[in-house]
Design a protein around this ligand. Structure first.
Ligand code: HEC
Ligand code: HEC
Ligand code: HEC
Ligand code: HEC
Length: 366
Protein backbone atom coordinates (compact mmCIF):
# COMPACT_ATOMS: atom_id res chain seq x y z
CA UNK A 1 0.00 0.00 0.00
CA UNK A 2 1.20 3.49 -0.92
CA UNK A 3 0.17 6.16 1.60
CA UNK A 4 0.18 9.75 0.42
CA UNK A 5 -1.13 13.23 1.22
CA UNK A 6 -1.76 15.82 -1.48
CA UNK A 7 -0.78 18.93 0.50
CA UNK A 8 -2.40 21.44 2.89
CA UNK A 9 -1.45 19.44 5.90
CA UNK A 10 -1.38 22.73 7.82
CA UNK A 11 -4.31 25.17 7.98
CA UNK A 12 -5.33 28.67 7.00
CA UNK A 13 -4.79 30.27 10.40
CA UNK A 14 -1.41 30.76 12.04
CA UNK A 15 -0.99 28.22 14.87
CA UNK A 16 2.50 26.77 15.21
CA UNK A 17 1.68 24.59 18.19
CA UNK A 18 -1.11 22.87 16.29
CA UNK A 19 0.96 22.35 13.16
CA UNK A 20 3.92 21.02 15.10
CA UNK A 21 1.47 18.41 16.47
CA UNK A 22 0.12 17.62 13.00
CA UNK A 23 3.59 17.09 11.60
CA UNK A 24 4.48 14.84 14.53
CA UNK A 25 1.34 12.78 13.89
CA UNK A 26 2.01 12.49 10.17
CA UNK A 27 5.59 11.41 10.75
CA UNK A 28 4.32 8.57 12.97
CA UNK A 29 1.88 7.47 10.28
CA UNK A 30 4.79 6.75 7.92
CA UNK A 31 3.51 8.39 4.75
CA UNK A 32 5.38 7.51 1.57
CA UNK A 33 5.00 10.95 0.02
CA UNK A 34 3.46 14.29 0.96
CA UNK A 35 2.65 17.12 -1.47
CA UNK A 36 2.85 20.85 -0.78
CA UNK A 37 -0.14 23.19 -0.70
CA UNK A 38 -0.78 26.87 -0.08
CA UNK A 39 -1.81 26.34 3.54
CA UNK A 40 1.50 24.69 4.32
CA UNK A 41 3.12 28.14 4.25
CA UNK A 42 0.68 29.66 6.77
CA UNK A 43 3.44 30.06 9.36
CA UNK A 44 6.18 30.71 6.86
CA UNK A 45 8.65 28.75 4.79
CA UNK A 46 11.14 28.67 7.66
CA UNK A 47 8.66 26.97 10.00
CA UNK A 48 7.63 24.48 7.35
CA UNK A 49 11.25 23.72 6.52
CA UNK A 50 12.08 23.15 10.18
CA UNK A 51 9.14 20.75 10.52
CA UNK A 52 10.02 18.79 7.39
CA UNK A 53 13.60 18.35 8.60
CA UNK A 54 12.73 17.55 12.19
CA UNK A 55 10.05 15.00 11.34
CA UNK A 56 11.77 13.70 8.21
CA UNK A 57 8.62 14.18 6.15
CA UNK A 58 8.77 12.77 2.61
CA UNK A 59 7.73 16.04 0.97
CA UNK A 60 7.96 16.47 -2.77
CA UNK A 61 7.22 19.29 -5.19
CA UNK A 62 8.43 19.83 -8.72
CA UNK A 63 7.39 23.47 -8.92
CA UNK A 64 6.94 25.03 -5.47
CA UNK A 65 10.18 26.21 -3.91
CA UNK A 66 10.74 28.41 -0.90
CA UNK A 67 12.59 31.57 -1.91
CA UNK A 68 14.97 31.17 1.00
CA UNK A 69 18.74 31.24 1.09
CA UNK A 70 20.27 28.22 -0.56
CA UNK A 71 20.22 25.07 1.53
CA UNK A 72 17.61 26.20 4.02
CA UNK A 73 14.76 24.05 2.79
CA UNK A 74 15.01 21.70 -0.12
CA UNK A 75 12.85 18.77 -1.05
CA UNK A 76 12.98 16.63 -4.17
CA UNK A 77 10.80 17.20 -7.25
CA UNK A 78 9.79 13.52 -7.09
CA UNK A 79 10.23 10.44 -4.91
CA UNK A 80 10.64 6.86 -6.13
CA UNK A 81 8.86 4.50 -3.73
CA UNK A 82 9.59 0.79 -4.07
CA UNK A 83 6.48 -1.27 -3.22
CA UNK A 84 6.67 -5.05 -3.58
CA UNK A 85 7.73 -5.64 -7.17
CA UNK A 86 6.75 -2.11 -8.26
CA UNK A 87 8.64 1.13 -8.33
CA UNK A 88 6.21 4.02 -7.96
CA UNK A 89 7.30 7.49 -9.03
CA UNK A 90 5.49 10.18 -7.03
CA UNK A 91 5.71 13.78 -8.24
CA UNK A 92 4.40 16.79 -6.29
CA UNK A 93 2.92 19.73 -8.23
CA UNK A 94 0.69 22.74 -7.52
CA UNK A 95 -1.13 25.27 -9.65
CA UNK A 96 -0.19 28.93 -9.07
CA UNK A 97 -3.97 29.56 -8.75
CA UNK A 98 -4.14 27.34 -5.68
CA UNK A 99 -1.78 29.83 -3.99
CA UNK A 100 -3.82 32.92 -4.84
CA UNK A 101 -5.26 33.45 -1.36
CA UNK A 102 -1.96 33.18 0.44
CA UNK A 103 -1.08 36.30 2.47
CA UNK A 104 1.18 38.81 0.68
CA UNK A 105 3.72 38.44 3.48
CA UNK A 106 4.06 34.71 2.76
CA UNK A 107 3.71 35.02 -1.01
CA UNK A 108 7.20 36.37 -1.52
CA UNK A 109 8.71 33.56 0.54
CA UNK A 110 7.77 31.17 -2.24
CA UNK A 111 8.62 30.65 -5.90
CA UNK A 112 6.09 28.78 -8.01
CA UNK A 113 7.40 27.66 -11.37
CA UNK A 114 5.23 26.94 -14.39
CA UNK A 115 3.57 23.53 -13.89
CA UNK A 116 3.90 22.17 -17.40
CA UNK A 117 7.54 23.17 -17.69
CA UNK A 118 8.40 21.71 -14.28
CA UNK A 119 6.65 18.43 -15.15
CA UNK A 120 8.34 18.26 -18.53
CA UNK A 121 11.70 18.59 -16.82
CA UNK A 122 11.22 15.61 -14.49
CA UNK A 123 8.90 13.23 -16.35
CA UNK A 124 11.51 11.49 -18.50
CA UNK A 125 13.66 10.82 -15.48
CA UNK A 126 10.68 9.56 -13.40
CA UNK A 127 9.55 7.32 -16.26
CA UNK A 128 12.98 5.73 -16.48
CA UNK A 129 13.05 4.93 -12.76
CA UNK A 130 9.46 3.79 -12.16
CA UNK A 131 6.71 1.42 -13.28
CA UNK A 132 3.80 3.63 -12.26
CA UNK A 133 3.61 7.44 -12.20
CA UNK A 134 1.54 9.17 -9.53
CA UNK A 135 1.04 12.95 -9.44
CA UNK A 136 0.13 14.65 -6.16
CA UNK A 137 -1.64 17.64 -7.63
CA UNK A 138 -2.58 20.61 -5.48
CA UNK A 139 -5.20 21.98 -7.84
CA UNK A 140 -8.85 22.08 -8.78
CA UNK A 141 -10.30 19.12 -10.68
CA UNK A 142 -10.36 21.07 -13.96
CA UNK A 143 -6.66 21.82 -13.71
CA UNK A 144 -5.93 18.13 -13.04
CA UNK A 145 -7.93 17.12 -16.12
CA UNK A 146 -5.91 19.58 -18.17
CA UNK A 147 -2.63 18.10 -16.92
CA UNK A 148 -3.89 14.57 -17.67
CA UNK A 149 -4.65 15.64 -21.26
CA UNK A 150 -1.21 17.17 -21.75
CA UNK A 151 0.80 14.43 -20.03
CA UNK A 152 -0.81 11.15 -20.95
CA UNK A 153 1.80 8.94 -19.30
CA UNK A 154 0.78 9.96 -15.78
CA UNK A 155 -1.16 6.96 -14.47
CA UNK A 156 -2.82 8.47 -11.44
CA UNK A 157 -3.48 12.00 -10.24
CA UNK A 158 -4.31 12.42 -6.58
CA UNK A 159 -5.80 15.88 -6.28
CA UNK A 160 -6.19 18.11 -3.26
CA UNK A 161 -7.07 21.78 -2.66
CA UNK A 162 -10.39 21.47 -4.51
CA UNK A 163 -12.88 21.49 -1.64
CA UNK A 164 -15.54 19.41 -3.37
CA UNK A 165 -15.85 15.72 -2.66
CA UNK A 166 -15.60 13.70 -5.89
CA UNK A 167 -17.15 10.35 -5.02
CA UNK A 168 -16.26 8.74 -8.33
CA UNK A 169 -12.82 9.00 -9.93
CA UNK A 170 -12.54 10.84 -13.25
CA UNK A 171 -10.95 8.99 -16.16
CA UNK A 172 -9.07 11.12 -18.68
CA UNK A 173 -7.43 8.97 -21.35
CA UNK A 174 -5.12 6.55 -19.53
CA UNK A 175 -5.10 8.72 -16.42
CA UNK A 176 -7.25 8.22 -13.36
CA UNK A 177 -7.99 11.29 -11.18
CA UNK A 178 -9.18 11.07 -7.57
CA UNK A 179 -10.00 13.71 -4.96
CA UNK A 180 -11.06 13.28 -1.34
CA UNK A 181 -12.47 16.72 -0.45
CA UNK A 182 -11.67 18.83 2.56
CA UNK A 183 -10.87 18.91 6.27
CA UNK A 184 -9.75 15.28 6.46
CA UNK A 185 -13.40 14.21 6.41
CA UNK A 186 -12.59 11.24 4.18
CA UNK A 187 -9.70 8.89 3.59
CA UNK A 188 -9.49 7.79 -0.02
CA UNK A 189 -8.76 4.11 -0.54
CA UNK A 190 -7.98 3.18 -4.12
CA UNK A 191 -7.28 -0.39 -5.23
CA UNK A 192 -5.63 -0.74 -8.63
CA UNK A 193 -5.20 -3.71 -10.93
CA UNK A 194 -2.44 -3.16 -13.43
CA UNK A 195 -2.08 -4.63 -16.86
CA UNK A 196 1.08 -4.07 -18.90
CA UNK A 197 2.11 -1.29 -16.60
CA UNK A 198 -1.16 0.62 -16.88
CA UNK A 199 -4.25 0.87 -14.69
CA UNK A 200 -6.68 -1.76 -15.91
CA UNK A 201 -9.27 -1.90 -13.15
CA UNK A 202 -9.85 0.16 -10.05
CA UNK A 203 -12.03 0.35 -7.00
CA UNK A 204 -12.25 3.69 -5.20
CA UNK A 205 -13.71 4.12 -1.72
CA UNK A 206 -14.09 7.30 0.29
CA UNK A 207 -14.03 6.25 3.92
CA UNK A 208 -15.66 8.83 6.22
CA UNK A 209 -13.58 9.40 9.35
CA UNK A 210 -16.41 9.01 11.84
CA UNK A 211 -16.19 8.19 15.54
CA UNK A 212 -16.73 4.52 14.67
CA UNK A 213 -13.19 4.32 13.32
CA UNK A 214 -10.83 3.53 16.17
CA UNK A 215 -8.12 6.07 16.96
CA UNK A 216 -4.56 5.16 16.10
CA UNK A 217 -3.06 4.90 19.61
CA UNK A 218 0.21 6.77 19.05
CA UNK A 219 -1.41 9.59 17.11
CA UNK A 220 -4.12 9.79 19.74
CA UNK A 221 -1.44 10.21 22.38
CA UNK A 222 0.22 13.00 20.37
CA UNK A 223 -3.09 14.83 20.02
CA UNK A 224 -4.02 14.39 23.66
CA UNK A 225 -0.67 15.82 24.72
CA UNK A 226 -1.42 18.80 22.47
CA UNK A 227 -4.83 19.34 24.08
CA UNK A 228 -3.31 19.04 27.53
CA UNK A 229 -0.75 21.73 26.62
CA UNK A 230 -3.53 23.93 25.22
CA UNK A 231 -5.58 23.55 28.40
CA UNK A 232 -2.60 24.45 30.51
CA UNK A 233 -1.85 27.55 28.43
CA UNK A 234 -5.48 28.66 28.70
CA UNK A 235 -5.52 28.09 32.47
CA UNK A 236 -2.43 30.26 32.82
CA UNK A 237 -3.83 33.02 30.65
CA UNK A 238 -7.15 32.92 32.51
CA UNK A 239 -5.36 33.49 35.80
CA UNK A 240 -3.93 36.75 34.50
CA UNK A 241 -6.62 39.27 35.26
CA UNK A 242 -5.17 42.37 33.69
CA UNK A 243 -8.56 43.55 32.40
CA UNK A 244 -10.44 42.48 35.50
CA UNK A 245 -12.14 39.08 35.40
CA UNK A 246 -15.30 38.38 33.46
CA UNK A 247 -18.28 38.64 35.82
CA UNK A 248 -20.99 36.56 34.22
CA UNK A 249 -24.58 37.54 33.42
CA UNK A 250 -25.76 37.28 37.04
CA UNK A 251 -23.91 40.52 37.75
CA UNK A 252 -25.74 42.39 34.99
CA UNK A 253 -29.22 40.95 35.39
CA UNK A 254 -30.40 43.08 38.34
CA UNK A 255 -29.95 46.22 36.24
CA UNK A 256 -30.59 44.79 32.75
CA UNK A 257 -33.52 42.40 33.17
CA UNK A 258 -35.04 43.24 29.78
CA UNK A 259 -31.84 42.48 27.87
CA UNK A 260 -31.22 39.37 29.93
CA UNK A 261 -34.66 37.88 29.40
CA UNK A 262 -34.24 38.20 25.62
CA UNK A 263 -30.69 36.78 25.78
CA UNK A 264 -31.95 33.74 27.74
CA UNK A 265 -34.12 32.83 24.75
CA UNK A 266 -31.17 32.80 22.33
CA UNK A 267 -28.95 29.78 21.59
CA UNK A 268 -26.04 31.79 23.03
CA UNK A 269 -27.39 31.17 26.52
CA UNK A 270 -27.34 27.41 25.91
CA UNK A 271 -24.05 27.14 24.01
CA UNK A 272 -22.34 25.10 26.74
CA UNK A 273 -25.21 22.62 26.80
CA UNK A 274 -24.49 21.84 23.13
CA UNK A 275 -20.98 20.79 24.11
CA UNK A 276 -22.25 18.68 27.01
CA UNK A 277 -24.71 16.96 24.63
CA UNK A 278 -21.75 16.13 22.38
CA UNK A 279 -19.62 15.08 25.35
CA UNK A 280 -17.10 17.78 24.39
CA UNK A 281 -17.46 20.04 27.44
CA UNK A 282 -13.70 19.98 28.15
CA UNK A 283 -12.55 20.17 24.57
CA UNK A 284 -10.15 23.11 24.18
CA UNK A 285 -11.03 23.46 20.49
CA UNK A 286 -14.74 23.95 21.22
CA UNK A 287 -14.73 26.11 24.33
CA UNK A 288 -13.47 29.30 22.67
CA UNK A 289 -16.78 29.87 20.85
CA UNK A 290 -19.14 28.17 23.30
CA UNK A 291 -18.12 29.90 26.55
CA UNK A 292 -17.27 33.37 27.88
CA UNK A 293 -13.69 34.60 27.68
CA UNK A 294 -12.01 31.25 27.06
CA UNK A 295 -8.34 31.87 26.31
CA UNK A 296 -8.49 35.42 27.68
CA UNK A 297 -7.30 36.84 31.00
CA UNK A 298 -10.00 36.35 33.61
CA UNK A 299 -12.05 34.16 31.28
CA UNK A 300 -13.54 30.67 31.38
CA UNK A 301 -11.17 27.95 32.56
CA UNK A 302 -13.21 24.88 33.40
CA UNK A 303 -16.61 24.02 34.86
CA UNK A 304 -15.36 23.66 38.43
CA UNK A 305 -13.47 26.96 38.58
CA UNK A 306 -15.66 29.11 36.34
CA UNK A 307 -19.16 27.68 36.29
CA UNK A 308 -20.50 31.25 36.03
CA UNK A 309 -18.83 31.73 32.62
CA UNK A 310 -20.38 28.88 30.65
CA UNK A 311 -22.11 29.66 27.31
CA UNK A 312 -21.91 32.91 25.33
CA UNK A 313 -22.78 35.60 27.86
CA UNK A 314 -23.14 39.40 27.89
CA UNK A 315 -19.44 40.26 28.17
CA UNK A 316 -18.55 38.33 25.02
CA UNK A 317 -20.42 41.00 23.06
CA UNK A 318 -20.30 44.03 25.37
CA UNK A 319 -16.89 43.64 26.98
CA UNK A 320 -17.83 45.85 30.03
CA UNK A 321 -15.22 47.71 32.03
CA UNK A 322 -15.10 47.31 35.82
CA UNK A 323 -15.83 51.03 36.12
CA UNK A 324 -19.33 50.37 34.70
CA UNK A 325 -20.08 47.99 37.53
CA UNK A 326 -18.83 50.47 40.11
CA UNK A 327 -20.63 53.43 38.55
CA UNK A 328 -23.33 52.36 36.04
CA UNK A 329 -23.50 55.77 34.37
CA UNK A 330 -19.90 55.28 33.33
CA UNK A 331 -20.10 53.30 30.12
CA UNK A 332 -16.58 54.01 28.87
CA UNK A 333 -15.01 50.74 27.79
CA UNK A 334 -18.44 49.10 27.52
CA UNK A 335 -19.37 48.28 23.93
CA UNK A 336 -22.96 49.00 22.93
CA UNK A 337 -23.05 48.29 19.20
CA UNK A 338 -21.66 44.86 18.44
CA UNK A 339 -19.78 44.78 15.15
CA UNK A 340 -20.02 42.11 12.50
CA UNK A 341 -16.28 41.63 13.00
CA UNK A 342 -16.92 40.29 16.50
CA UNK A 343 -19.76 37.95 15.45
CA UNK A 344 -17.66 36.32 12.74
CA UNK A 345 -14.83 35.44 15.09
CA UNK A 346 -17.22 32.61 16.06
CA UNK A 347 -19.67 32.59 13.15
CA UNK A 348 -16.94 31.59 10.71
CA UNK A 349 -17.62 30.23 7.24
CA UNK A 350 -16.98 26.76 8.65
CA UNK A 351 -19.27 26.96 11.69
CA UNK A 352 -21.97 29.22 10.22
CA UNK A 353 -21.84 29.04 6.42
CA UNK A 354 -25.23 30.81 6.13
CA UNK A 355 -24.48 33.64 8.57
CA UNK A 356 -25.96 37.02 7.58
CA UNK A 357 -25.09 39.75 10.05
CA UNK A 358 -28.21 41.93 9.59
CA UNK A 359 -30.60 39.00 9.91
CA UNK A 360 -28.71 37.39 12.77
CA UNK A 361 -28.57 40.71 14.62
CA UNK A 362 -32.37 40.84 14.73
CA UNK A 363 -32.39 37.56 16.64
CA UNK A 364 -29.77 38.78 19.10
CA UNK A 365 -30.49 42.41 19.96
CA UNK A 366 -32.67 43.03 23.01
C1 HEC B 1 -25.82 48.57 38.93
C2 HEC B 1 -26.53 48.47 37.69
C3 HEC B 1 -25.77 47.98 36.47
C4 HEC B 1 -25.00 46.87 36.37
C5 HEC B 1 -24.58 45.89 37.47
C6 HEC B 1 -24.64 46.76 34.99
N1 HEC B 1 -25.15 47.80 34.30
FE1 HEC B 1 -24.97 48.13 32.30
N2 HEC B 1 -25.92 49.90 32.50
C7 HEC B 1 -26.51 50.36 33.64
C8 HEC B 1 -27.09 51.65 33.38
C9 HEC B 1 -27.86 52.48 34.39
C10 HEC B 1 -26.83 51.96 32.03
C11 HEC B 1 -27.24 53.18 31.28
C12 HEC B 1 -26.10 54.16 31.31
C13 HEC B 1 -26.47 55.46 30.64
O1 HEC B 1 -26.90 55.40 29.48
O2 HEC B 1 -26.35 56.47 31.29
C14 HEC B 1 -26.09 50.83 31.51
C15 HEC B 1 -25.65 50.73 30.20
C16 HEC B 1 -25.15 49.55 29.64
C17 HEC B 1 -24.90 49.36 28.25
C18 HEC B 1 -25.11 50.37 27.15
C19 HEC B 1 -23.85 51.16 27.03
C20 HEC B 1 -24.01 52.40 26.20
O3 HEC B 1 -22.97 52.83 25.66
O4 HEC B 1 -25.11 52.91 26.09
C21 HEC B 1 -24.45 48.09 28.11
C22 HEC B 1 -24.05 47.41 26.82
C23 HEC B 1 -24.41 47.49 29.41
N3 HEC B 1 -24.84 48.41 30.33
C24 HEC B 1 -24.03 46.20 29.67
C25 HEC B 1 -23.86 45.70 30.94
C26 HEC B 1 -23.34 44.40 31.23
C27 HEC B 1 -22.96 43.36 30.17
C28 HEC B 1 -23.27 44.26 32.56
C29 HEC B 1 -22.77 43.09 33.34
C30 HEC B 1 -21.39 42.68 33.13
C31 HEC B 1 -23.78 45.48 33.12
N4 HEC B 1 -24.10 46.33 32.12
C32 HEC B 1 -23.89 45.72 34.47
C33 HEC B 1 -26.55 49.68 34.84
C34 HEC B 1 -25.85 48.56 35.17
C1 HEC C 1 -18.02 33.70 21.34
C2 HEC C 1 -18.57 33.23 20.09
C3 HEC C 1 -19.78 33.90 19.50
C4 HEC C 1 -19.94 35.24 19.18
C5 HEC C 1 -18.95 36.37 19.38
C6 HEC C 1 -21.24 35.34 18.60
N1 HEC C 1 -21.86 34.12 18.56
FE1 HEC C 1 -23.70 33.71 17.82
N2 HEC C 1 -23.49 31.77 18.37
C7 HEC C 1 -22.38 31.22 18.94
C8 HEC C 1 -22.61 29.83 19.22
C9 HEC C 1 -21.62 28.88 19.84
C10 HEC C 1 -23.91 29.55 18.78
C11 HEC C 1 -24.62 28.20 18.87
C12 HEC C 1 -25.09 28.00 20.26
C13 HEC C 1 -25.61 26.61 20.45
O1 HEC C 1 -26.71 26.32 19.96
O2 HEC C 1 -24.89 25.84 21.09
C14 HEC C 1 -24.44 30.80 18.25
C15 HEC C 1 -25.72 30.94 17.73
C16 HEC C 1 -26.19 32.11 17.17
C17 HEC C 1 -27.46 32.25 16.53
C18 HEC C 1 -28.47 31.14 16.36
C19 HEC C 1 -28.13 30.38 15.13
C20 HEC C 1 -29.19 29.40 14.74
O3 HEC C 1 -29.31 29.17 13.54
O4 HEC C 1 -29.86 28.87 15.62
C21 HEC C 1 -27.55 33.53 16.07
C22 HEC C 1 -28.70 34.15 15.31
C23 HEC C 1 -26.33 34.20 16.43
N3 HEC C 1 -25.53 33.31 17.12
C24 HEC C 1 -26.04 35.52 16.14
C25 HEC C 1 -24.90 36.18 16.55
C26 HEC C 1 -24.63 37.59 16.27
C27 HEC C 1 -25.52 38.51 15.48
C28 HEC C 1 -23.44 37.87 16.84
C29 HEC C 1 -22.73 39.20 16.89
C30 HEC C 1 -23.53 40.30 17.32
C31 HEC C 1 -22.96 36.64 17.46
N4 HEC C 1 -23.87 35.66 17.27
C32 HEC C 1 -21.77 36.53 18.14
C33 HEC C 1 -21.20 31.85 19.22
C34 HEC C 1 -20.99 33.21 19.09
C1 HEC D 1 -15.13 29.10 15.66
C2 HEC D 1 -16.16 28.98 16.66
C3 HEC D 1 -16.70 27.62 17.02
C4 HEC D 1 -15.97 26.53 17.41
C5 HEC D 1 -14.47 26.38 17.53
C6 HEC D 1 -16.94 25.49 17.69
N1 HEC D 1 -18.21 25.95 17.50
FE1 HEC D 1 -19.92 24.92 17.72
N2 HEC D 1 -20.97 26.46 16.94
C7 HEC D 1 -20.43 27.68 16.61
C8 HEC D 1 -21.47 28.52 16.04
C9 HEC D 1 -21.28 29.94 15.56
C10 HEC D 1 -22.63 27.76 16.03
C11 HEC D 1 -23.99 28.17 15.50
C12 HEC D 1 -24.04 27.71 14.08
C13 HEC D 1 -25.24 28.29 13.35
O1 HEC D 1 -26.34 27.74 13.51
O2 HEC D 1 -25.05 29.23 12.60
C14 HEC D 1 -22.28 26.46 16.60
C15 HEC D 1 -23.17 25.40 16.76
C16 HEC D 1 -22.85 24.22 17.38
C17 HEC D 1 -23.78 23.16 17.63
C18 HEC D 1 -25.21 23.14 17.19
C19 HEC D 1 -26.14 23.53 18.24
C20 HEC D 1 -27.52 23.08 17.83
O3 HEC D 1 -28.00 22.16 18.42
O4 HEC D 1 -28.04 23.66 16.84
C21 HEC D 1 -23.10 22.15 18.27
C22 HEC D 1 -23.62 20.82 18.77
C23 HEC D 1 -21.73 22.59 18.38
N3 HEC D 1 -21.61 23.85 17.83
C24 HEC D 1 -20.72 21.84 18.96
C25 HEC D 1 -19.38 22.17 18.84
C26 HEC D 1 -18.29 21.27 19.21
C27 HEC D 1 -18.46 19.88 19.77
C28 HEC D 1 -17.13 21.94 18.95
C29 HEC D 1 -15.71 21.45 19.10
C30 HEC D 1 -15.38 20.24 18.39
C31 HEC D 1 -17.50 23.25 18.44
N4 HEC D 1 -18.87 23.34 18.39
C32 HEC D 1 -16.58 24.22 18.10
C33 HEC D 1 -19.14 28.09 16.79
C34 HEC D 1 -18.09 27.25 17.09
C1 HEC E 1 -24.29 37.89 20.89
C2 HEC E 1 -24.04 39.20 21.37
C3 HEC E 1 -24.75 39.73 22.57
C4 HEC E 1 -24.87 39.15 23.80
C5 HEC E 1 -24.36 37.79 24.23
C6 HEC E 1 -25.56 40.10 24.63
N1 HEC E 1 -25.85 41.21 23.91
FE1 HEC E 1 -26.62 42.96 24.62
N2 HEC E 1 -26.69 43.69 22.76
C7 HEC E 1 -26.27 43.05 21.64
C8 HEC E 1 -26.65 43.83 20.49
C9 HEC E 1 -26.36 43.44 19.05
C10 HEC E 1 -27.31 44.97 20.96
C11 HEC E 1 -27.90 46.10 20.14
C12 HEC E 1 -26.85 47.14 19.92
C13 HEC E 1 -27.35 48.22 18.99
O1 HEC E 1 -27.92 49.17 19.47
O2 HEC E 1 -27.16 48.05 17.80
C14 HEC E 1 -27.28 44.88 22.40
C15 HEC E 1 -27.74 45.85 23.25
C16 HEC E 1 -27.62 45.81 24.64
C17 HEC E 1 -27.89 46.90 25.56
C18 HEC E 1 -28.29 48.28 25.18
C19 HEC E 1 -29.75 48.28 24.99
C20 HEC E 1 -30.30 49.65 24.73
O3 HEC E 1 -31.48 49.71 24.47
O4 HEC E 1 -29.54 50.63 24.77
C21 HEC E 1 -27.72 46.42 26.82
C22 HEC E 1 -27.91 47.16 28.12
C23 HEC E 1 -27.32 45.04 26.70
N3 HEC E 1 -27.27 44.71 25.36
C24 HEC E 1 -27.07 44.20 27.77
C25 HEC E 1 -26.82 42.86 27.65
C26 HEC E 1 -26.78 41.96 28.75
C27 HEC E 1 -27.01 42.33 30.19
C28 HEC E 1 -26.47 40.74 28.25
C29 HEC E 1 -26.36 39.44 28.98
C30 HEC E 1 -27.47 39.04 29.80
C31 HEC E 1 -26.29 40.89 26.83
N4 HEC E 1 -26.53 42.19 26.49
C32 HEC E 1 -25.87 39.89 25.97
C33 HEC E 1 -25.57 41.86 21.59
C34 HEC E 1 -25.41 41.01 22.65
Amino acid sequence: MLTVDGGDLLGWRSDVRRYETLMTAVSRLSYDAVGIGDNDFVDGAQFLGGGIRKHVLPVTSANVRPALPEGDLTYPPFIIVPKDALRIGVIGLATPQSFRFISPRRRFEINIADQARALQQVLASVRKQSDLIVLLHHADMDASIEIARKFSDIDLIIGSHDQTVHKAPVREGQTLIVHTGRNGAYVGHLTLTLNKGHIDQFENRLIPLTDEIADEPIVKGVIEAYYAALRQAVEQTALLTLDGPFQGADTCIPCHEKAASQWRETPHARASQSLIDDNKQDHPECLGCHTTGYGQPGGYRNVQATNHLTSVQCEVCHRVAVTHLQKPQNTAGTVKKVSEGLCVTCHTSVQSPDFHYEEALERVRH
